[in-house]
Design a protein around this ligand. Structure first.
Ligand SMILES: [Zn+2]
Length: 489
């Protein structure tokens, strides 16, 4: 016998309510205590385990895929595998319950087999890689293997599914690499896009549409049209706002040009995003910021740029994330962003590398908003190759989009893009699901293409290599990799 005591006053937030884990067992069993305060609703979720709620006190409503039912003290509700469920307290006192769950493989398989095959096509995207280097094992075991396995599984089940990706040519990191290699950004992008495709082929990763964003005039026209409609959106303002410049060279600084401390978590971060906590930054709000051009502290000046006032989009984002069943780490990132209050994101930057921002001489459309619309263009490019009529300018509610990406892209994919879509395509209710992977560490540090700190895909893959599925097991966790010797390659 083992005895433990839990305190009803020391609960932690989980699924939007207050909970305490009472115990876990083998084979996916566990039980918890839960408290739903009056007026509070738990976050909807679904999972393969069978789950039961035993209501100890209070009253409320349980909603599932099949409907709604009142519950009160003494009631026991059972949820089948994958049945979405929500608990709402519509009473005046706390609703206390015990939650028990266990895994039953046969029941889960039977429930999964009953799921109807979706009507519309499913577009599975792995993040378009930045062509500033080849793919490393972290990329491959993360988004690319994940999207490949997922697409193959859907197709095996008779679903119309496609794996799409491309090379994200207009990234500022490409221009930085070109400077280091004394080359041009266009040459660097073409070279590494070629290497990336070769590595994906070695992985036997089946890609149905690979879209390079350079040198396609129809792509540039579509981006210009989306940018134009963003400029006329009520969530976008043209504003003069603070920006960083190099103290010696006078260069405008963002993304790889700077490093500092994240305003949200205090970790080391680059310009515009923190890879540690996923939070966006505005460059001038980094602490202890340093320029990589001259190693001096930058000068704060200002630039006139169109900015998306994200706080005006929070309701749209919230609705979207709830409907998409976004992972809890994305919901947490969104909650932290909201706590920061008003947050305006520039959608252009002064640069000579990227798609020109019409009406703003010397500025380019920021590559991240570009990617949002690039996904839709990629669907249209796939349609052209298949003889279908999917139109990037008229995204359909029948489309289902699934994204695979590393956690550091969460802000862009799951928070910024739904906001942009709502501004440009008011008729469209995007159906998007998000699969987020964590990162491998090498010698205690995250893999980095720009720092050359990684185990490269081509070193581990050769024609006929059987790829070890071990990394898939680490897909959702931060895993330590042993240091590999040169001889092992
Ligand atoms: Zn951070």
């Amino acid at each position: 016998m083992r005895k433990s005591t839990f305190s009803r006053t020391e609960l932690s937030r989980a699924f939007g309510i207050d909970m305490a884990t009472l115990g876990t067992g083998s084979a996916g069993t566990g039980f918890s205590f839960g408290k739903v305060a009056p007026g509070v609703t738990s976050e909807p979720h679904r999972h393969d385990e069978i789950e039961a709620f035993v209501v100890l006190s209070g009253a409320g409503k349980v909603r599932t895929d099949l409907g709604e039912s009142s519950v009160a003290t003494g009631d026991v509700v059972l949820f089948h595998p994958f049945e979405a469920h929500v608990l709402h307290n519509d009473g005046v006192e706390n609703l206390n319950f015990v939650d028990v769950y266990w895994r039953d493989g046969k029941a889960a398989l039977a429930a999964a087999a009953q799921v109807a095959i979706p009507r519309g096509p499913i577009f599975v995207f792995s993040t378009p890689p930045t062509p500033n280097g080849d793919l490393h094992l972290g990329h491959l075991s993360g988004p690319y293997l994940g999207a490949d396995v997922y697409t193959r599984f859907l197709r095996m089940k008779g679903v119309e599914a496609y794996h799409l990706t491309g090379s994200d040519d207009c990234q500022s990191y490409v221009a930085t690499r070109a400077d280091a290699e004394q080359s041009t950004p266009a040459k660097v992008a073409r070279h590494y896009a070629h290497e990336i495709r070769a590595t994906l082929a070695l992985l036997d990763c089946e890609v149905h549409s690979f879209l390079p964003t350079l040198g396609d005039s129809a792509y540039a026209e579509f981006q210009a049209a989306c940018f134009g409609s963003l400029l006329s959106s009520t969530a976008v303002d043209l504003r003069q706002s603070p920006a960083l410049f190099d103290a010696v060279t006078g260069d405008y600084l963002y993304e790889p040009d700077i490093s500092g401390l994240c305003p949200d978590c205090g970790s080391s971060a680059g310009g515009n995003i923190c890879e540690e906590c996923g939070a966006p930054n505005l460059c001038h709000d980094l602490d202890a910021v340093r320029s990589r051009h001259s190693a001096e502290a930058p000068v704060v000046g200002s630039v006139r740029r169109p900015e998306l006032a994200l706080e005006r989009c929070y309701d749209n984002i919230d609705r979207h994330l709830r409907a998409s069943g976004a992972p809890v780490r994305i919901m947490d990132l969104f909650a932290r962003l909201r706590q920061r209050g008003d947050f305006s994101v520039p959608i252009t930057h002064p640069s000579d590398w990227g798609l020109p921002a019409e009406g703003l001489p010397g500025q380019v459309i920021w590559v991240w908003p570009e990617m949002a619309f690039g996904f839709l263009y990629n669907i249209q490019a796939l349609a052209t190759s298949l003889g279908r009529d999917w139109n990037a300018a008229l995204p359909s509610n029948d489309w289902q989009i699934v994204h695979f990406f590393g956690f550091d892209n969460s802000f862009y994919h799951a928070l910024l893009y739904p906001a942009l879509y709502a501004e440009v395509f008011s008729h469209w209710t995007p159906r998007i699901r998000y699969h987020v992977n964590e990162f491998y560490l090498l010698d205690g540090q995250k893999f980095s293409t720009s720092r050359g700190h990684a185990v490269w895909g081509k070193r581990r893959l050769a024609p006929g290599t059987t790829f070890d599925l071990g990394p898939v097991l680490g897909f959702y966790t931060r895993a330590e990799l042993p240091v590999l010797n040169e001889e092992e390659a």
